[in-house]
Design a protein around this ligand. Structure first.
Ligand code: DX5
Ligand code: ZN
Length: 219
């Protein structure tokens, strides 16, 4: 049984204080930080790019779990690797050749994640599962923090866990979107071992980050 890891999404952080917010996450016991990169094309929102990630990485030692909601994504992978991403997660719909993009990330010696939107089937990545370090299962449609959890994705996680066992693979299963104190236990029971959370970690209990991370992990 894998240890449950918490990857707070900085999308819900105070963007005018990003460096300090990341320090608070590190001190609060986060296992990594989830950096939501959005291009206003793959998703209807625009956030940060390589220069900001590079500046933040210089000030912290925590793992950067970088979720690229950008397309086309292949030609930008190296820039995010150079900026300091430790895990680079891409969406299959954002590349002309998923296999080549996965190989590019591996060539750069980074952990490779592939993200499944709520309507994207596991079949889309079945042939690549053996090369993937992490499957990021979206429990909201990507683009914004603070959205409502889509419970149907728990079935997808259970299916993914079953396939993982059958194929004797060891990728992490990360769930992302609308995770809170009420649904995190179900997500873990379904098979997720990394929980992404933005709103719950930054906004609950008067923004007590340490308490919120501990609560999510302990459920
Ligand atoms: C949405 C992002 C998520 C989101 C999670 O497109 O990929 O990581 O920021 O935020 P909450 O936990 O607020 O749903
Ligand atoms: Zn994300």
């Amino acid at each position: 049984m894998k240890k449950i890891k918490i990857s707070p999404s900085i999308l819900s952080a105070d963007f005018s204080q990003l460096g300090n917010e990341i320090k608070k996450l590190e001190e609060g016991g986060a296992d990594m930080i989830h950096v939501d990169v959005m291009d206003g094309h793959f998703v209807p929102n625009l956030t940060i790019g390589p220069p900001v990630i590079k500046a933040l990485k210089k000030k912290s030692s925590i793992l950067f779990d970088v979720h690229l909601m950008i397309s086309p994504v292949h030609k930008y992978i190296e820039a995010y690797s150079n900026a300091g991403a430790d895990i680079i997660t891409i969406h299959p719909e954002a590349t002309d050749n998923l296999n080549l993009s996965i190989l590019k990330i591996k060539e750069l010696k980074k952990k490779v994640g592939v993200s499944l939107n709520p309507e994207t089937k596991i079949d889309t990545i079945l042939n690549e599962l053996h090369q993937i370090d992490l499957v990021l299962v979206m429990s909201v449609n990507p683009g914004f923090g603070g959205q409502k959890f889509i419970p149907e994705v728990l079935t997808k996680i259970k299916e993914l866990k079953k396939i993982q066992k059958e194929k004797k693979l060891n990728f992490d299963i990360e769930i992302d979107g609308g995770i809170n104190f009420e649904n995190c236990k179900k997500a873990v029971e379904a098979g997720a071992n990394i929980l992404v959370s933005g709103t719950t970690i930054f906004k609950s209990n008067n923004g007590d980050i340490k308490k919120n991370i501990e609560l999510l992990r302990s459920k």
